[in-house]
Design a protein around this ligand. Sequence first.
Ligand code: HEM
Length: 408
Amino acid sequence: MGSDFVDLGVSFFDEDFTLDPFPYLEELYGREEVLGFEADGMKFVFRFDQARQIIRSRVCRRELPEGARIAEREKIYATRYPNRAAFFAHNYTTRPNGPDFTLKKLMMDFLDETAHVADFSGARPVYERLAIKGQEDEYVEAISTLPLRVMLSACGLPFSERELLQLQGAGLDFLKALDNVGDESLLKACDDAVVRVFGYLDERLGEAEPDARVQQLIRKGQGLGIGEETLRYNIAGNLIIALANTAGISSAFVLRTLIRNPEIRRELARQPDLVRNDHVVTELLRRDNHVKALLRYVHEDFDIGPFTLERGEPIYLFFPGLNMDPSLYPEPCAIDLDRKFSGANTLVFGGSAHICIGRKLGIEFVKKMVEGFLEHLPDEVWLEEANTEADGSWVAERIIKKLDVEFE
Ligand code: HEM
């Protein structure tokens, strides 16, 4: 049987789908003849087991298959957008010959260690605003630069407020183009974003103290035989760009979930130890987070049960679908504070070769934000859901732009 993708019935970029995709998928989960959905010319798998097979497979990879139509197109883009191309060539996860796990481990250890010494107190004014009775609709904007601020400080990279905003903007411009393979209009902004992040590093890296964590990272990397230029590209991508796009945005989805579920808020307030529990934070992120869809290329024909993915096909993993697969998570939209996660029942942070390098940092950040929310949110709080705004135009990420939080 050939692979079978059905029309989603709505644009993938529709704001309603971005904000709450489950109702669009609910009926599809039970249809065995369906492998995935198709929208805007892209194909998505959305079930946990099938996505897990793709994630674990050696033939479905992030790197482009030689000779595929899309590889030819990337060659043209590389001449038009050379900074973007250089970035992908040096980034440990997108380089053409597959991930460099030595570099991945180096970056992962660096993020984990830095997360443990990071000072998250800068979050306080942000969630304190949630305690001011009335209306708060600036949360997303207020939180956006916080992860970068916290981590640049923790790793000893100097920055001004202006640079912080520029880096944040560059991070968003870069990621908006990620995996949006059909839209060349985004690539120029992505190329410029790489230049801006490098301009910052050229100017500021040398100002970091010799014992700053970022300098220690570079020395450690060089000791492993990794060149300074490659290390810079990975600091640009896996520290700066990744931080602009992940934990802050996810915390907005977690805030939405907590406001929508007052009984969960009360339970967590009664048992604050639960918030320090990685499983509970993972459950909140399972219900909703910033990750939308990420791409794999099929390098050889690949069977998933009765379906075959054909060589050369680009296939997207639709993470909100996997995270709410009812065959694994009964009542997928509800929060279960007793759920325990293992490699067998979660892909919230992905798995195998591309497992998230910021997992511990993301969990740590969200824990801090949830503690702040519980401390500051009044009991009578709700969302004016009709006023929630999302930017659906991304493929890789789910972005809430505005949450209208109302208080009694
Ligand atoms: C806050 C919650 C977060 C969630 C739910 C999350 C989720 C994910 C997922 C599902 C993947 C796998 C992508 C794939 O299979 O293609 C991933 C990869 C990645 N994440 Fe995260 N992430 C989070 C936070 C972070 C943070 C804080 C950082 C960095 C500072 C980060 C950096 C990355 C990077 C660089 C990758 C690519 C890994 C690779 O391909 O080797 N993430 N993340």
